[in-house]
Design a protein around this ligand. Structure first.
Ligand SMILES: [Zn+2]
Length: 191
């Protein structure tokens, strides 16, 4: 556990992630975002969160009861809190810019769903296979009715502007993380 944390910390600092916390002024300046993405450091947070999430499966997390099990699992996602905070700020800015009528509580709910979906996009009913075993008809398999065979989960919950915000945030998560990973690999090539 400690070793794992040390490895993560070492990796994080070697990637220059120590400057990920930014003040409110920077956040507001970042309203000029989309193209020049990631002034908020969201990409580096997301990249690190995904690395942490590799040690936790969504099924494990969903299956864990409230209490010790769940807390222990969530402890492995040390970047979840900071990533959520950064995405909350960015989500509020985005909602205003896109003129979406969502409350802070709705933004929070959307962010929660977006993070979960971004980390674990597979359909949880078929584990991403697209088919499930048809128990009553012997060994036959049938198409998973939840994902209609795609193996991908849909972004859950919400309606109207919440769905719009969710789709926007999910796309931005990909963009932020993609550009962060691009910078990271460039940095590694030059060091
Ligand atoms: Zn499915």
């Amino acid at each position: 556990m400690i070793q794992e944390r040390y490895a993560l910390a070492a990796r994080a600092s070697s990637l220059g992630m120590s400057d990920i916390t930014q003040g409110p002024a920077d956040v507001l300046t970042a309203a000029g975002w989309a193209g020049q993405s990631d002034k908020l450091g969201i990409g580096t947070l997301l990249a690190r969160l995904r690395a942490e999430a590799d040690s936790v499966s969504a099924r494990e997390l969903d299956g864990a009861n409230e209490g010790v099990d769940r807390v222990l699992l969530l402890m492995r996602l040390q970047t979840l809190g900071p990533a959520k905070d950064a995405l909350m700020r960015y989500g509020s800015i985005s909602a205003t810019r896109l003129k979406l009528g969502v409350t802070d509580a709705q933004v929070a709910r959307v962010i929660g769903a977006v993070i979960r979906h971004w980390l674990w996009p597979q359909c949880q009913h078929c584990d991403g296979r697209g088919t499930v075993d048809s128990a009553e008809k012997g060994p036959a398999v049938r198409v998973c009715k939840h994902c209609k065979g795609s193996g991908k989960a849909s972004l859950s919950g919400g309606e109207g502007d919440e769905i719009k915000l969710g789709a926007h945030m999910l796309a931005m998560c990909d963009e932020f993380a993609g550009s962060a990973l691009g910078r990271i690999s460039k940095h590694l090539r030059h060091s």
